[in-house]
Design a protein around this ligand. Structure first.
Ligand code: SF4
Length: 88
């Protein structure tokens, strides 16, 4: 997976694409109800460190791609394969 991430045409290691990210609402803080929580066992529900700015990668050492990003990376990897488009 690491090699695939390094060769990916997609922005890499965005916090929004992390498998441990849980987005939810906190109705007790209507001025800023959007929560970005980390479900990784080490962080145990605390805020994700982000950042959540477009195309700026997180430096979180716990980051792992979520299923949606993993599928996009696998599809891109397959499309760039030397055997892509050849009948099997
Ligand atoms: S803190 Fe790290 S592991 Fe947790 S959700 Fe954010 S990027 Fe993912």
């Amino acid at each position: 997976m690491t090699a695939m991430l390094n060769d990916s045409p997609f922005p890499r290691r965005l916090a929004v694409d992390c498998v441990f990210l849980r987005r939810t609402l906190d109705t007790n803080t209507p001025e800023d109800p959007f929560l970005m929580l980390c479900t990784h066992i080490i962080r145990d529900g605390r805020d994700c460190i982000g950042p959540f700015l477009e195309n700026i990668e997180t430096d979180c050492q716990l980051w792992e791609p979520n299923e949606r990003l993993a599928a996009r990376l696998a599809a891109a990897d397959e499309a760039s394969s030397p055997t892509a488009g050849t009948p099997s």
